[in-house]
Design a protein. Structure first.
Length: 88
């Protein structure tokens, strides 16, 4: 089963996460199928701290990949932030 989850990178007290599609049995930072974006919770500007390819995210969820709770929340926020920009 495929899962869309965060893989932790960065330094101590300075986390940085890659959003990856991986087999659910793979290690957290181990082998992955595709990297979809990144998330940096300590970025000064929230816009610069998160980027995800929503087209590829939609593709992977359509073929059965299950997002983690945190990734689902981040994508939901990204979609909400994207709507006013597209409407204006």
């Amino acid at each position: 089963m495929l899962t869309i989850r965060l893989a932790r990178h960065g330094a101590k007290k300075n986390p940085f996460f890659h959003i990856t599609v991986a087999e659910s049995t793979a290690a957290r930072n181990g082998r992955f199928v595709e990297r979809l974006g990144f998330y940096s919770p300590v970025a000064r500007n929230p816009v610069d701290g998160f980027r995800v390819n929503l087209e590829r995210y939609d593709y992977w969820t359509s073929v059965g990949a299950q997002p983690s709770e945190r990734v689902a929340l981040l994508v939901k926020r990204a979609r909400k932030a994207q709507v006013p920009a597209a409407a204006g």
